[in-house]
Design a protein around this ligand. Sequence first.
Ligand code: SF4
Length: 478
Amino acid sequence: MKILLLYPPRENYIFGITPHVHIDADAGFYPPIGMLYIAAVLRKDNKHDVSVLDAYTQQLSHADVAAHIKNLRPDIVGIYCSTYYLPDALLAARSVKQAGPSIITVVGGPHVTLYPRETIRQPDVDYVMAGESENSFAELADCLEQKRGADIEAITNVLTKNSPADKIISAPPVQNLDALPLPARDLLDYRLYRSILTRRNPMTTVITSRGCPYSCNFCSNIESGKKVRYRSAGNVVDELEQVHSSFGISDFLFFDELFTSNKKRVHEICDEILRRKLRIRWHCRSRADVLDRELVRHMRAAGCRLIQFGIETGSERLQKLINKNLDLSGVKETVATVYDEGIYTYADFIFGFPTETADETERTLRFAQSLKLDYVAFGMFHPIPGSTFYDQGLKEGLFNDFWREYVVDQKNVITDHSWTRRDRAKFHGFCSSAYKRFYLRPSYMLKKLLRTDSPAQLLWQAKSALKVFSNLFLGKFE
Ligand code: SF4
């Protein structure tokens, strides 16, 4: 069958509650790696004729997408959908049906995992697919091609318009990640993908494991789950080597929820990169309480250039409340170790957790300033479905099920409901001043100049920073 996988245009994206300063294109574009995995499985053994359209990165409009579909005339269009993307995903489904009413639409992604029944009720959606979909998309395509419609209900993570109301949707995660083919990067123009943080571009993303064993109360890790599945070191480095030799890409972002959850495997990956003498650079995400100096040195030797930490708050009380449970003096030590070993450090912080006091908000910013950090991102707490805080807020009657209300009718506004809604303006103001108070310190700017390994990248970052700060100073953010 002729199958198009579509990452929709971003014309009606919901930016949530965190101040948005409109520099998305300046920050770069990441390849839709999940879709490229599905494409790779679908085209195995030349079973299907598969193409991928990343309308967001290519900056296409819905009209452009409609024209593309009319021209291509696919049998099936698979559409990515997160809740933030819902209006654009539904518009894309409408474009498909207008281009050809018989073209089948399949919608998947985190939104569908959370709200499969609400999504299948949308008029232009024929099938929805919850959870990891590499294997089930291939099964569905085979059923459709072989006109085995009755077998579709047996695919446990798929809903059709006729699925029984009591169908139990279960999306078993892919257990053996090594058995998946490598993502079909050749289906997209790899030169479009770049990041403001990588030393050279184009870059690409790589997923070496799926899942996170922790249970932070604000996090909705609904797609990958708590049980971590790991690719073997050899399999990971095969991908790095293949991408490096086929596309000349040397810069990789490891997109795992938590790359360092298994230290032994991180050592093995580093050993394998060094053994194959791969001259690459990579970034990863880690908790601040799972690294030691020996591991950091090994990572550095194998090309690790940046580690991103989710630190969230500088209050010991809130660390416990959010179930992150980081020891703040340990965080300070780890971040300093990484920084001193020559790896860039990046941390995420969130303001406005439930019950957070003004003093704790200020303490979080001061804690960020006290760390040896090259980059920070500040956000505002917003309860998201699938998280413990969301369930707790619902149970305590703090808010309605506002995400579901939005999903059912997009006239309901998401950002009007949250713990922080009374203080939204205050936290917006604090976020913007936090950026200024962190990045505009002369000591920070001097260190940044001295630590840069790429003047071109520094120039790009300076230009984007100028844009961010002029937006912040002029109050041009939402
Ligand atoms: S915030 Fe990070 S460490 Fe915590 S559960 Fe989510 S992915 Fe895991």
